[in-house]
Design a protein around this ligand. Structure first.
Ligand code: 6PG
Length: 252
């Protein structure tokens, strides 16, 4: 699936554009199903989007009491640790909107060891979707936000990792390259990402132009190495970026 690419002047404008789509999807799914299952991504890029969504005049565009929040990946650190994806979302969004505690499905990183965290999170998700532990069925989240690392990773799925071969579990443990601040991660698996209805990527920084071009070229070919190019949801796949003229990157 080739993504729809939308390029903006800067991270503020790309975040505002992504927020408009998120608000539109939230209204659509709340109207249809009475809820919006929204999976957050981590790292730095989404912070601007979360702050914008929580801003005055914007936050009331979404009925937060009907939004269910999840995380597509998490670092194996305490929930108030500076490297925690939950902590970043709490400070930039959750603490500023009227989101009931019971709507927040955080990765329980207080559990030990890390493999038990992944299993526990999968159990939390299966309970939410009322899908039995032994069922091979995957749920469809309404929207999953993702980022793209300069090495082409997405969530905490890394090129060449065994986690990319997982076809049954929803959530697994991954051990990232030594460059990462936090080595132990908990991540959605590819089949869970690909069962989403909609996926939005937020890709910011000219230093990601090369990997974006490589991933896009791979998407036009059979051979895919980078996880960011392996995500194909059922409905919308849109990349919001501030890389200039990213829409024409394949013509360069
Ligand atoms: C994480 C993220 C990760 C992130 C990319 C891009 O936990 O770090 O889920 O997949 O989206 O690494 O990160 P930046 O937005 O910081 O460039």
């Amino acid at each position: 699936m080739i993504p729809g690419i939308q390029s903006y002047k800067n991270i503020e404008e790309l975040s505002e554009a992504a927020a408009s789509l998120i608000i539109e999807l939230a209204k659509e799914y709340i109207r249809k199903n009475g809820r919006f299952t929204f999976v957050l991504s981590g790292g730095n890029t989404p912070k601007t989007l979360y702050e914008y969504l929580a801003g005055p005049g914007v936050r009331d565009s979404i009925d937060w009491s009907s939004v269910m929040l999840f995380w597509g990946d998490e670092r194996n650190v305490p929930k108030d640790h500076p490297d925690s994806n939950y902590d970043m979302a709490f400070r930039s969004l959750i603490s500023k909107v009227l989101l009931p505690e019971e709507n927040i499905f955080r990765v329980p990183t207080e559990i030990e060891p890390v493999d038990e965290v992944s299993k526990a999170y999968e159990t939390i998700l299966r309970k939410f979707f009322n899908i039995d532990l032994n069922s091979k069925k995957f749920p469809s989240f309404d929207l999953i936000l993702l980022g793209m690392g300069k090495d082409g990773h997405t969530a905490s799925l890394f090129a060449g990792s065994t986690q990319l071969k997982e076809q049954e579990r929803w959530v697994v443990t991954s051990y990232v390259p030594p460059t990462s601040p936090v080595k132990e991660r908990i991540t959605f698996t590819l089949p869970l990402l690909n069962n989403a209805l909609n996926v939005v990527y937020l890709i910011s920084g000219i230093d990601k132009k090369d990997i974006m071009r490589t991933v896009l070229k791979e998407k036009c070919s059979e051979k895919q190495i980078y996880p960011s190019g392996m995500v194909s949801p059922k409905e919308k796949l849109i990349w919001f970026t501030d890389i200039p003229e990213a829409e024409y990157i394949l013509r360069e």
